[in-house]
Design a protein around this ligand. Structure first.
Ligand code: 3PG
Length: 207
């Protein structure tokens, strides 16, 4: 799946920080049951790569990627684990090259006009707008549609069910990212039904 298809697959990409590999498969299945099939596992915990490995091997309907990709080495580790895409809070040439070399679709982060122009110069047309809420929110993303009519955004950071609609109503926002779909307390208590409910509720967020 390429980045446009990943961004079109649903209104919310869950940003997952996973503490235990054992939770990976039930969590992926819970989100899938709620209609969420694209999963971003952030490389912020020791369990992240193992979680990607387990999901890519055992939950074939899911599309699992690595988030918080900060270095080319992260890209290689994500590829080895079976990640199908990478998301970075920013963009470096090292990361772009490692993804291109490995055939891994990359959604890089950008929040300023200059960052967008640099990313665009390197061939990117889709960006993670991060951190969204503190970088101007939906008003900033809306303003980018003027000069950057060919760019699309996945705003992430400070987005929740109450404000997601203000982003998703914009024509240049196919999806948003958010950690609220896999809250740590629900994962710790293995309340998979509650996570499926959260996922189901995202399906009506797009205006
Ligand atoms: C991210 O890593 O993309 C963000 O930290 C997620 O932000 P949120 O926790 O505000 O959804």
């Amino acid at each position: 799946m390429d980045i446009p298809a990943i961004m079109a697959s649903g209104p919310v990409i869950p940003v997952i920080e996973i503490e235990s590999e054992d939770d990976a498969i039930p969590l992926a299945r819970a989100l899938l049951a709620g209609g969420v099939k694209v999963l971003e596992i952030t490389l912020r915990t020791p369990a992240a790569l193992g979680a990607i490995k387990r999901i890519s091997k055992s939950v074939k309907e899911a599309v699992v990627g690595a988030g918080t990709v900060l270095t080319a080495e992260d890209v290689r580790r994500a590829l080895d684990a079976g990640a199908q895409f990478a998301i970075s809070p920013g963009l470096t040439i090292d990361i772009a090259e490692a993804c291109a070399d490995g055939g891994l679709p990359l959604l890089p982060g950008a929040v300023t006009a200059t960052e967008l122009m640099l990313g665009r110069k390197h061939g990117f047309r889709n960006f993670k707008f991060f951190p969204a809420a503190s970088s101007g929110g939906a008003a900033a993303v809306k303003a980018f549609a003027g000069p950057f009519a060919d760019l699309k955004f996945c705003p992430t950071g400070g987005i929740n069910p109450d404000n997601a609609g203000s982003y998703l109503s914009l024509p240049n926002v196919p999806c948003v990212g958010g950690s609220w779909l896999a809250p740590k307390d629900l994962v710790a208590s293995k309340d998979w039904d509650a996570i499926t409910d959260l996922a189901l509720k995202t399906q009506s967020l797009r205006a």
